[in-house]
Design a protein around this ligand. Structure first.
Ligand SMILES: [Zn+2]
Length: 279
């Protein structure tokens, strides 16, 4: 009974959490804008670097060059987030304390040819090209193994995130909203590299019990083979800022995904960007 209740409570939090409702509040935006902007000049360098990085070259240098700034500059805080200096990189780390430059959006969004639970051509159907192609491979392999994954939500613009966040603040208050959601400009879904997957067995819901289904297990075991990681693993919420989300995968390229899978780490741990993200 206790367990059931815990489950119910957990699920409720999770549904509210990172994926569906990740957002930001309007009043914080003012704070955010002030923060670190010095990295803009690095951006171009990063961009071209990122293009080369694509699939193979990444492992070669194990150290995250662009993340070598002082700890504080890299980690930030919820009230004083750092602006990432490599928004175009497939290795970009965005979280509750690391935000995109204002108004940033990916330039190579496409619609992956995989089953979504809706038929409209909505923004959330899109992903960055490289991630979309990898997702198609992932789906093909999963279908070969008899899995029936369904895509739920990919790219989300800063504007959309803002809308969702503001709605949440209006209904739950900012404190509660901040516990479970990221503020605008800090959603993983804005990368165009992240997507939520579910299945018919889950009745298309995004819940922790996904890991108990064949599809959830398959994803946990094989996502890295296609360059994806489980971005918010179990037991790492202090590091990632989010509860376990077995349905949320993030493209980082095959080499990095394999490393993170084998290390059993998170992006934050891998790049030594751990901060206090207890929510
Ligand atoms: Zn998600």
């Amino acid at each position: 009974m206790k367990r059931l209740m815990l489950f119910a409570a957990l699920s409720a939090v999770l549904i509210a959490a990172g994926c569906q409702n990740q957002q930001t509040s309007q009043n914080q935006d003012t704070n955010e804008n002030k923060t670190v902007d010095k990295q803009t000049e690095n951006q171009q360098a990063e961009q071209s670097q990122e293009e080369d990085t694509a699939a193979e070259d990444q492992t070669a240098d194990t150290k995250p060059d662009q993340h070598q700034e002082e700890a504080e500059d890299v980690v930030g805080s919820i009230e004083k987030p750092v602006t990432v200096d490599n928004p175009d990189s497939i290795e970009v780390v965005v979280n509750k304390t690391r935000k995109f430059p204002d108004g940033w959006e990916p330039k190579d969004l496409v619609e992956p040819d995989v089953p979504f639970y809706f038929s409209e051509h909505l923004e959330k159907r899109k992903m960055r090209k490289e991630a979309a192609e990898a997702l198609e491979e992932l789906f093909a392999a999963s279908q070969k193994d008899g899995m029936e994954l369904v895509a739920a939500s990919g790219y989300r613009s800063e504007e959309r995130q803002k809308e969702i966040y503001e709605n949440n603040v209006a209904t739950q208050g900012q404190e509660e909203t901040d516990k479970v959601s990221s503020r605008p400009g800090r959603s993983e879904h804005q990368t165009g590299l992240a997507i939520d997957l579910t299945s018919a067995e889950m009745a298309l819901a995004l819940e922790e019990t996904f890991i108990d289904t064949d599809e959830g297990k398959w994803l946990a075991e094989h996502a890295h083979e296609y360059g994806y990681i489980i971005r918010y693993p179990e037991g790492k919420s202090d590091i990632t800022g989010y509860s376990y989300e077995p349905w949320h995968i993030r493209y980082v390229g095959k080499d990095l995904a394999k490393q993170i899978y084998e290390e059993d780490t998170t992006l934050e741990e891998h790049f030594q960007m751990e901060s206090d993200l207890k929510s």
